[in-house]
Structure formats: structure tokens, C-alpha cells
Write a protein that binds this ligand. Structure first.
Ligand code: NAD
Ligand code: DAU
Length: 354
């Protein structure tokens, strides 16, 4: 896009990554109007945005992307110039127990947004953009070597990754069929502040601090490629503004860790920070039944993003993990509210009239 979009709907802005994207756009682009559209499922938490919710260029709208009538009327009313779409069911384990919810939100919800954007912009896509935030899990799993590139064939294994692959295909189809100005990025595992403690890193930090067992699936040999969430938000900013229509970029930090090694690293950091003897937290590691269809290894080749748009991660994993642990220790109330379910009261208190 050459001219900045003025009004952007960011979906899923109350979630983990979405809250970082909303914060970045609201603070870096005061001329933009940012509408955070979120259903506030169990994963949506408006406390994630407490520091920016008062800013004049930010607005929250509660709504479900699966609700076609609501989405159409919101687009007609707001007439956004762009959509940055992050709303999704995001947890692989939940997709194994309830796949249909993932089809509804991730596939049907995405198609509803694509249709609403197509109908609003009516073929005039100048300075319009539909940005779909996706995952490296669409590519399936790797052996010991090789990496996921933008031209790697899709091979999803979980209901979650199958639903994200489906949504990616629809986004491309809307570009190829109707000329919609779309962009897709496929990112590796994120970590950082406001991460819901059902996911490995925040769950482990929480359980270690509470002296509870830390569940490691299978033998802990699976490899994930971790990226600091604020670097992901910066990559989305760069791609949103600079990518050509119809393109795809992989986002990752060349930072592969076996789960068990990562858990040991977290245990060591927390032993130090909590004044425990080295090795004490590691006693909490508990091997449990493996995840069904558990992908062995993810690794992103982000060369295209670096060469074409100049993006690179800004911090090392050691720095990022240290910051992340410090954030959780300093924000015990956020974690307690999330684990107790009290975080959902925040919406009722702050937005009682909506
Ligand atoms: P999250 O689960 O923390 O947040 C998802 C947000 O979407 C929540 O605020 C939730 O309330 C909202 N939402 C869910 N269903 C909705 C619906 N029907 N209508 C409106 N809002 C709805 O997820 P996340 O980890 O922040 O992931 C955000 C996006 O990034 C997802 O599309 C995910 O596939 C993708 N992604 C995540 C990672 C990761 O490591 N977490 C990596 C790559 C890509
Ligand atoms: O790769 C990007 C994806 O990363 C995103 O698209 C997903 O939305 C996001 O949830 C994440 O998926 P993973 O399944 O990789 O993340 P999770 O934190 O659930 O698990 C990370 C690894 O740790 C995985 O190999 C499973 C393992 N694990 C997970 C949990 C929750 C455990 O060993 N124990 C656990 O308790």
C-alpha cells in the first residue's frame, strides 16, 4: 500500500498476538483509526489492552466473525480501508476435542470477512488491503533438516492447522478470483507477554512458580521455532505497509528448541529469579501422554522477508525469554485473573453499556 489506510479493522485484537498488533498500530500511527473486533472467547482479554484503550484512535467492538449479518452491517457502517485478520481458535489441543468450532471461526469466519471486504470495496482495491495472519503449521512437519519456505506444499495434520490451511486457500482464492488485495503471513511459535497460559511457555512459567507439575508431551523431543511476539507484530506492520498484493511471507527467528531443552532453560531462569537451588524447578517436569498427531519439528526460512522487506528479529531468544519471565513475575495479577476466570469480569466492568 502506498498511501496509509485510514481505518483498519483488526480482528482478534483482545488475544495474545492481536493485542500486540493493536498496541503497535494505535501508538505508531495516531492518524489511523483502529477498530478491535473481537468476540471475547475464553482467549480474549481486554485487560491486555488496558494501557492503550483510552487513546482516541482506538475502539473496541464486541462481535463474532461467524455472524454474517453482523459482519456485513459492521463493514457497511464503518467502511474500513483495511482488515488485519487475527481472530481464530488457536490452540491445537482444543482443536482435537472440538474441530467444528475451528472450522466455524477459522474457515467460515474468514470467508465472511473476505466477502464483506469484497462487497464493500467492489473491485476498487486501491489503498485497500486484506491481511490474513496465519501459521507455519499449515506446512505440516519436518524431519531433522530442511525448513518451511513460502513454496513448501501445504500438509496440515491437526484440525487447527487444517482449518488455518483452509482459510489461507480462501484468501488466495479471493485474490485470484476477484482481485482482492490480499496478503498472508505464516509465522512460527510466538512467546511473550499476555500469552494465554494454556500454551507451553506461559503454562510452564505459571506451574513452576506455583510448584505444580510441568506437563511435557511424549518424550519432549518435538522442536518448535520461537519468535518474540513484538517482533511478529513489527513484521506484520512491515508486510501490511510494503507487501505487493497476492503475496505470502514466512515469519520466524531461526530459533529452534526441543521442548524439553526449553523447559529446562525456563526452570533454570526461574530457579535463579525465585532464589531456588539450581535443579529444584526441574523436579516438576512430568512426562505425559503425547498429543495425537503431534508434529515433530517446525523451522521457518524467513529469507524472503529479510531480503525483500528488510525485517529481522530484534532480540535473541535468551533476552526475550528473560523479559517474558520477568513480565509474568511482575504481572501475577494478570495471570491469577486468567487462571481463575476473573479476567472476563473486566469486560463487564469496562464495557457494561455495550
Ligand atoms: P489467541 O487465541 O490468543 O486469540 C484469538 C482471539 O480471537 C481472541 O481474542 C478471541 O476472543 C478472538 N476470537 C476467537 N473467535 C472469534 C470469533 N468467532 N469472532 C471474533 N473474535 C474471535 O490467538 P493468538 O495466539 O493471538 O493467535 C492470533 C492469530 O495468529 C491466529 O490467527 C493464529 O492462528 C495466528 N498465529 C498464532 C501463533 C502463535 O504462536 N500463537 C503463531 C502463528 C500464527
Ligand atoms: O507454530 C505456530 C503455532 O504455535 C500457532 O499457529 C498456534 O496457534 C500456537 O498455539 C502454537 O502451536 P503449538 O501447538 O506449537 O503450541 P503449544 O504451546 O500448544 O505447544 C508447543 C509445544 O509444546 C508442542 O510441541 C506441544 C508441547 N506441549 C504443549 C503443552 C501445552 C507440551 O509438551 N506440554 C504442554 O502442556
Amino acid at each position: 500500500m502506498n498511501t496509509p489506510a485510514k481505518k483498519i479493522i483488526i480482528t482478534g485484537g483482545a488475544g495474545f498476538i492481536g493485542s500486540h498488533v493493536v498496541r503497535r498500530f494505535v501508538t505508531n500511527y495516531p492518524d489511523y483509526q483502529i477498530i478491535n473486533l473481537d468476540k471475547l472467547t475464553y482467549a480474549g482479554n481486554l485487560a491486555n489492552l488496558k494501557d492503550i484503550e483510552h487513546l482516541p484512535n482506538y475502539r473496541f467492538v464486541k462481535g463474532d466473525i461467524v455472524d454474517i449479518a453482523f459482519i456485513n452491517s459492521l463493514f457497511e457502517q464503518e467502511k474500513p480501508d483495511a482488515v488485519i485478520h487475527l481472530a481464530a481458535e488457536s490452540h491445537v489441543d482444543r482443536s482435537i476435542t472440538n474441530p467444528l468450532e475451528f472450522v466455524m471461526t477459522n474457515v467460515v469466519g474468514t470467508v465472511n470477512l473476505l466477502n464483506a471486504a469484497k462487497n464493500l470495496w467492489k473491485g476498487n482495491y486501491e489503498n485497500k488491503r486484506f491481511y490474513h495472519v496465519s501459521t507455519d503449521e499449515v506446512y505440516g512437519t519436518l524431519g531433522e533438516t530442511d525448513m518451511f519456505r513460502e513454496d513448501t506444499a501445504y500438509d496440515p495434520h491437526s484440525p487447527y492447522s487444517a482449518s488455518k490451511a483452509g482459510s489461507d486457500h480462501f484468501v488466495r482464492a479471493y485474490h485470484d478470483t476477484y482481485g482482492l488485495n490480499t496478503v498472508i503471513s505464516n509465522c512460527s511459535n510466538n512467546y511473550g507477554s499476555y500469552h494465554f497460559p494454556e500454551k507451553l511457555i506461559p503454562l510452564a512459567i505459571h506451574n513452576i512458580t506455583q510448584n505444580k507439575p510441568v506437563p511435557v508431551y511424549g518424550k519432549g523431543e518435538n522442536v518448535r521455532d520461537w519468535l518474540w511476539v513484538e517482533d511478529h507484530a513489527r513484521a506484520i506492520d512491515v508486510i501490511f505497509h510494503k507487501a505487493a498484493a497476492g503475496t505470502t511471507y514466512n515469519i520466524g527467528g531461526h530459533n529452534e528448541w526441543k521442548n524439553i531443552d526449553l523447559i529446562h532453560l525456563l526452570c533454570n531462569i526461574l530457579d535463579r529469579k525465585l532464589g531456588r537451588e539450581q535443579g529444584e524447578s526441574a523436579k516438576l517436569i512430568t512426562y505425559v501422554t503425547d498429543r495425537a498427531g503431534h508434529d515433530l519439528r517446525y523451522a521457518i526460512d524467513a529469507t524472503k522477508l529479510k531480503n525483500e522487506l528488510g525485517w529481522e528479529p530484534s532480540i535473541t531468544f535468551e533476552e526475550g525469554l528473560e523479559k517474558t519471565v520477568e513480565w509474568y513475575l511482575a504481572n501475577q495479577k494478570w495471570l491469577d485473573d486468567v487462571t481463575s476466570g476473573h479476567y472476563q469480569d473486566y469486560y463487564k466492568e469496562q464495557y457494561a453499556d455495550r
